[in-house]
Design a protein around this ligand. Sequence first.
Ligand code: HEC
Ligand code: HEC
Length: 329
Amino acid sequence: MDATSQTRFRGLAWTIAVLGLVFVGIQFLRPELTNPPVTAELQAPPEVMQVLKGSCYSCHSNETKLPWFDEVVPAYWIVTSDVMEARRHMNFSEMGRLPVAQQRGFLFEAVNMIQLGAMPLPAYTKVHPNAVVKPEQLAVLRNYLSGPPAPDAARTAQAAMKATADAAADNAEYGKWIQSSGPATNVQPEFNGVGFLPDYKNWKAISSTDRFDNHTMREILANDVAVKAIAENHINPWPDGSAFAKVTWVQPAPDEKGVVKAGRFVQTELMIKDSQKYSATEGWGWGRWRGMDLKPYGKDAAFQNECTSCHEPVAKNDYVYTMPLRGQQ
Ligand code: HEC
Ligand code: HEC
């Protein structure tokens, strides 16, 4: 080695040593990730629990177990913040205290997210391939949700029959809602300034989520600009002026006598594309109006963070979950 390469080598060795020390040093910067007690675990059959424990519990429960490579900073930082965030949204260790119908509601949303490939988080499954939910495991969850809600079998079987009978009436009522011409009067804009578009009722239905659990029915509608974009396959990004509505309609769980009440309109949500105006919220204006009187959902403009963070897993699809097939019009 001549003198210059010796100096270079020294420099390199120092750099590596310093980086190594920094790496060791930052290992001590650890936000604490604790497992609070499991107070009220979700109530579901063992085969369902097995799927959730294998794929979701590392983030959505108080029984987080990290493999060694997640204990190493900076992976630890990412996982910790995911776990905190995930628990805030849905915690299987604490949802047992909710009414059974509501627990099933969470599971329904869970199945939806799995089917859409949004959960477990794709960034997570890349490193933890075992967490991917296999098709036969997804079938276990769907199967469970399509059965009558436990535990009182006689009462619920009766309720399930009633629910089927009611579904037709419910659909008719839904049809009326969709078609009713008089837009609800005086609908206030959302707290972020996004205004309600009563015309959404005339948009094209591009998808309706199947109601295999007999509780919720959602319809996704797209306006002319979006429908044209679908036909021309210009959907990523969606052109300005595209708009989607998601209408949610609930069939409430049977009451204590096993009687199913008539279906109930829950809410309409809108996404309106304007890449300039709404650049701060991923290019979309977000709004949610609840109840027959269509009350804005937000308390202040911060509500829209809920929308963008839940749509974040489909950022690659310009934040739109529903992927209509081309030509399906
Ligand atoms: C690596 C951690 C991680 C894993 C594993 C994971 N999730 Fe999540 N999940 C999150 C985070 C973070 C959020 C909240 C923000 C978001 O949606 O990106 C979330 C949100 C959700 C939501 C939205 C809840 C709501 O109502 O706001 C559902 C549903 C969900 N996850 C289902 C699942 C299911 C089902 C599994 C297992 C198949 C799973 N997740 C596995 C991190 C995770
Ligand atoms: C718990 C996660 C979650 C949250 C929070 C959420 N969404 Fe969504 N959203 C979804 C999913 C999943 C879909 C796909 C359709 C379905 O299965 O219901 C969707 C679909 C939509 C659609 C139809 C277009 C599309 O992306 O498919 C609109 C419009 C919409 N959401 C608006 C909103 C608004 C406005 C908010 C906030 C007030 C919001 N969403 C909050 C999960 C969420």
